[in-house]
Design a protein. Structure first.
Length: 112
């Protein structure tokens, strides 16, 4: 181990920051596409909204555990994801509630 670091001295920390940069670029690219879709009037699917929620949670978590410049970068991406998520959820129509009375009285339908 290199002195006063928690990473081995064989450039593992460089690999970590390369991974961080790749992650940051990927998240930024996803947010760029979400914003382009919003500007074009294209609604996000339910699975895309779910993935965006997960990404926002992950970015918030990274923003709390990292320090300094990288923490600020993660928090900025998290804020951008939250704005995109809010805009996307506001633009998407509410999901219809299905009231299927047949499945309520049919135990086979509930059991699958």
């Amino acid at each position: 181990m290199a002195p006063s670091t928690s990473f081995p001295g064989n450039s593992a920390s460089d690999n970590l920051w390369n991974e961080y940069a790749t992650f940051h670029e990927a998240c930024s690219g996803v947010l760029d596409r979400v914003e382009q879709h919003r500007d074009s009037g294209i609604a996000l699917s339910d699975s895309e909204l779910s993935e965006l929620r997960t990404m926002a949670l992950n970015l918030n978590t990274f923003g709390r555990v990292l320090h300094g410049k990288r923490a600020r970068e993660m928090r900025l991406l998290a804020e951008r994801a939250q704005r995109a998520l809010g805009n996307a959820e506001a633009a998407s129509p509410p999901a219809p509630v299905q009231e299927d009375s047949e499945s309520e009285g049919n135990p086979a339908a509930v059991a699958g």
